[in-house]
Design a protein around this ligand. Structure first.
Ligand code: SF4
Length: 526
């Protein structure tokens, strides 16, 4: 139940909301989409999304915390109308600015302004643009579905400056990579890249793109651009996009062969030496991939591709969220070394690699677990805990005293546990219901399972916790054997080794018990 008293966050990415424009026929569309009439006026961002004032406030807070760089992430079909206001605010605060973009709507003039301001640009590969939602209903915009189709439709209707459809595979860059030369040329003609204004090219190592990557890599290096290749994270793209072929993971051995090939290209042709290790190819992991991200609804993620909410800036100041976050503290590790569980901890390369936290979380539910996609772990998958998992290894209690069954999920100071009490339990009453006392015991064992899982297979002795008592525990309903229950436990506050936790037991959606309890952990005395 620690805190980040000494941790410093240097870079924060802020995702801009989608902006819709209203046409004279009252249909709404995204800026920059083909077919959008000239007389459109700015409508607004969706209700739950951050507004400009909130985003400027995040910049102010970040500046006071000592953050050095803000990366503006804009996935709109044109440069966001707030972009230059935010950029100016970042500069007034004396911070560096980065701009993560699909490159749509970038003109020579825009590129020149970015270069003059020393903005690092991360150009995301356009072919990976996630499909846009076209929902309707009370909480959705009434979007003109004929206009708002996915990126394929955009490419079909759009032509590059060379007159060639921009959806054509680019023979210069590599198979599977659509023509990104035009947009890169705009940035290069504005002066990119140089030491003060770098140009990163981000793309995904998917099955579809695999054979084209060495060509893409050489082309980027020849043009002094920084290639940034990441593995797709299952489930990160919403809805149908997660199934699209451009998001499919290749085989681990194919990834190893690719990393070795790229390492060889760099060593021989560019005199850049690095060892091929997960999670990305290249000599270092750029801060952009390791920085906290504020989503367009104000949630803070510890990494761009690690969707665990640490808190929301509408509910708590940024500094408090970062300081309280255990996820962030665990990912920072001690002296830069993080304690990964399982086979990664025993790996020969553990002093310079911790695998992909995003893939570990997506594939196992444990952001501190071993990377199950690493080629070196393919014969050790059974040594990696995948959630949901039996709690037997995480708590000392055994049946019939054990009253919880499975650990379902672990997030920021929060865990979800399942309980199914068998018919032959010693807690069965004559009327067929269960003793109410086990509801509090479920909360206590759930808290123990959360702590036990945190320390499991880390090479350290198990965390010893002591339950000091409950407060305001309410029993709300009867419970029965063989009926699945869910226990949600949240760490609410801590002082030294003492902590206050909140627990709720649910039967379906119905709460059957709720309350707070105090715990003590010797290893957390500060
Ligand atoms: S086993 Fe883990 S530590 Fe070793 S190379 Fe693979 S991801 Fe890195």
């Amino acid at each position: 139940m620690g805190g980040n008293m000494n941790m410093t966050v240097k870079t924060i990415a802020v995702k801009l909301p989608r902006v819709l424009f209203e046409s004279t026929d009252c249909s709404l569309a995204e800026a920059g989409k083909p077919g959008l009439p000239d007389d459109c006026k700015l409508y607004c961002a969706e209700d739950d999304k951050l507004d400009l004032k909130e985003i400027l406030g995040i910049v102010d807070q970040a500046s006071r915390l000592g953050v050095e760089e803000i990366i503006i992430t804009d996935e709109n079909f044109s440069v966001h109308p707030w972009f230059f206001d935010i950029l100016a605010h970042i500069r007034i605060n004396g911070l560096r600015a980065g701009f993560c973009t699909f490159g749509m709507g970038i003109t020579r003039e825009v590129a020149q302004r970015l270069f003059t301001d020393g903005v690092n640009v991360i150009l995301m590969h356009q072919d990976l643009f996630p499909k846009k939602t076209t929902g309707s209903g009370d909480n959705c915009f009434c979007v003109d579905k004929e206009i708002l189709k996915d990126q394929d439709a955009y490419r079909e209707n759009n032509t590059s400056s060379s007159g060639k459809p921009s959806g054509e595979p680019c023979s210069v860059v590599g198979k599977g990579f659509y023509n990104i030369c035009d947009i890169v040329n705009i940035f290069m003609s504005a002066g990119y890249p140089d030491d003060n204004a770098k140009l990163f090219l981000e793309s995904i190592i998917s099955r579809e793109h695999l054979t084209g990557i060495p060509g893409f890599w050489r082309w980027a290096r020849d043009n002094k651009l920084v290639p940034l290749m990441t593995l797709p994270v299952p489930g990160l793209f919403v809805g149908a996009d997660s199934d699209k072929k451009h998001c499919r993971l290749p085989e681990p051995d194919d990834v190893r062969a690719l990393f070795e090939e790229l390492s060889g290209i760099d060593a021989v042709k560019y005199k850049i030496n690095w060892k091929p290790l997960p999670p990305i190819p290249g000599p270092e992991i750029p801060s952009y991939l390791r920085c906290c991200t504020v989503t367009d609804t104000g949630d803070i993620y510890p990494r761009k591709r690690l969707p665990i909410s640490l808190g929301n800036i509408r509910q708590k100041p940024l500094g408090v969220i970062l300081k309280e976050s255990e996820v962030l503290m665990n990912l920072a590790g001690e002296n830069g070394k993080i304690k990964i569980k399982g086979p990664c901890r025993r790996c020969d390369d553990a002093d310079q690699c911790c695998g992909s936290r995003a893939l570990a979380y997506a594939l196992t539910g444990d952001y501190m677990g071993s990377d199950p996609f690493c080629w070196k772990n393919q014969d050790k998958i059974d040594q990696i805990v995948h959630l949901p998992a039996s709690v037997d290894a995480f708590i000392p209690q055994k049946r019939p005293i054990q009253v919880i069954t499975k650990l379902i999920a672990v997030k920021e100071r929060y865990a979800e546990i399942e309980s199914v009490i068998p018919h032959d339990t010693i807690f069965l009453k004559k009327d067929g219901t269960l003793e109410e006392v086990i509801l509090f015991e479920m909360m206590a064992q759930a808290a123990a399972a959360m702590n036990g899982f945190e320390g499991f297979d880390t090479g350290e002795s198990p965390h010893q916790g002591v339950l000091l008592g409950g407060k305001n525990i309410q029993i709300l309903d009867k419970i029965y054997p063989e009926v699945p229950m869910t226990i949600q436990v949240t760490k609410k506050a801590k002082l030294g080794g003492f902590g206050v936790m909140h627990g709720i037991v649910l039967c379906g959606d119905r709460p059957v018990a709720e309350g707070n309890f105090k715990v003590f952990r010797e290893d957390e005395i500060v």
